[in-house]
Design a protein around this ligand. Structure first.
Ligand code: 9Z3
Length: 397
């Protein structure tokens, strides 16, 4: 069987055995109109994916596995793509950071701290921006309003890994007619492991046997089906009890198996092959590779590029992702993109950097860099995309 046949079988299997997200049809209709409008105007369109994907453990989800991603990379990149003249489809994890509003979000920059009630106003409800924040807020607001008024930003949310994959496939397929002018920039932190629907319990996983005598719907029947070993809801034989009562031999204190929850996850099928050869062939496709071990980052990025044959892998390390990334492209030397040296030196740290090696996180100052690395990444991606259009797309570049 060819790699392409195997990939389309895996695709059919996955998408036929998992339910699509509720908003899929609506989102697809919005994306179709958005792409049609901007492609008619000759505006380049980019699909930016952003934020983490959840892995639910129950169909009526109380518990899920998540990852660290706040969506900073995606939301910041979307702003710089807009600045570079792209129309942006922002496929993001619900409640993760959004372009523009990210500047005033969560507890670090809570928008309420930027506002006050005007003491002199005749209207006691007049809310004003404190003078020291006005310039920045006006700039952000202007850019946000410009993107909105020209309909240049379409924001589509997802939550779970399955929602994400359905949405990605649908939008990637709509991008196909754009050919080389279409750009996919896959910055979402996509889970590598998940619990398939066939093994997922309908209702909340129970931690005691209090409801064992109550007939329940969708109750896990056995661990091989649910992947969740929770013997409080199982019948145990004295045989298995003898063997299994205390089998977490290396933890202390020992906990009887009947009180533990063992989660057994499947690998998430890799759909990058399908995306490159079937969903959006001809588009410029950028994926991200995240690692924590500097020794393997470039190797993994090259492996991914080799395997999926797309256009660019941007490698980054968890600890230094806001300070540097590495561009890996077919047939070219790796290029590290870094926040300028003067802006990233911790006081008293000697300059021992090698341009081709990852930075040592211990040499970086606390907190956020003054320069957003996306302000360097996006122009570099745009340049590569323009070359791609010139090479494959005729005169319209
Ligand atoms: C990234 O590597 C992104 O740059 C980050 C951004 C998730 C690190 P934040 O949201 O973080 O700004 O906090 N995204 C891709 C990670 C990923 O899941 N890649 C897959 C992989 O490494 C392949 S597509 O296997």
């Amino acid at each position: 069987m060819s790699a392409t046949d195997a990939a389309s079988m895996a695709e059919e299997l996955y998408f036929n055995s998992h339910p699509p997200p509720k908003g899929l049809e609506h989102h697809t209709a919005l994306a179709r109109d958005f792409i049609a409008e901007h492609s008619a105007k000759g505006t380049r369109v980019v699909l930016v994916s952003s934020g983490g994907t959840t892995v639910p453990l129950e169909k009526n989800t109380v518990r899920f596995i998540d990852n660290f991603s706040a969506g900073t990379r995606g939301a910041t990149s979307a702003e710089y793509f807009l600045e570079a003249g792209y129309a942006v489809i922002f496929l993001h994890r619900q409640f993760s950071l959004l372009p523009y509003s990210r500047h005033y979000s969560h507890s670090t920059d809570c928008f309420l701290d930027f506002l006050s009630l005007s003491p002199s106003a005749s209207d006691p409800n007049e809310v004003v921006v404190a003078p020291q924040y006005r310039e920045k807020m006006a700039t952000v607001l202007r850019k946000y309003n410009a993107a909105k008024s020209k309909n240049l930003l379409l924001m589509l949310p997802f939550v779970t890994i399955t929602d994400y994959l359905f949405e990605l496939r649908a939008i990637a397929q709509l991008m196909h007619p754009l050919g080389p002018r279409g750009l996919l920039y896959l910055a979402a932190a996509v889970s590598d492991f998940f619990l398939p629907a066939s093994r997922m319990s309908e209702h909340k996983i129970q931690s005691t046997n209090a409801v064992d005598s109550v007939p329940q719907t969708g109750k896990p029947k056995n661990d091989s089906v649910t992947g969740l070993y929770n013997p409080e809801s199982q019948e145990s034989t004295s045989d298995t009890e003898d063997e299994e009562t205390f089998d977490n031999f290396d933890s202390s204190p020992r906990v009887p198996r009947a009180k533990r929850l063992i989660v057994d996850l499947d690998p998430v099928p890799k759909f990058l092959h399908n995306l490159v050869s079937d969903w959006s062939p001809g588009c410029y496709i950028v994926s991200f590779k995240l690692e924590t071990d500097p020794a393997i980052l470039v190797h993994k990025a090259k492996y991914s590029l080799d395997r999926y044959q797309h256009n660019l892998v941007i490698g980054n390390l968890l600890a230094t992702r806001k300070w540097e990334v590495v561009f890996v492209t077919p047939g070219h030397k790796d290029v590290w993109i870094r926040v300028p040296a003067a802006r990233r030196k911790k006081a008293g740290v000697a300059d021992t950097e090698d341009d081709d090696e990852p930075l040592d996180p211990a040499t970086l100052p606390e907190g956020e860099p003054e320069v957003e690395i996306e302000s360097l990444i996006i122009p570099a991606v745009e340049e590569l995309h323009s070359k791609h259009i010139k090479e494959f797309g005729g005169a319209k570049a």
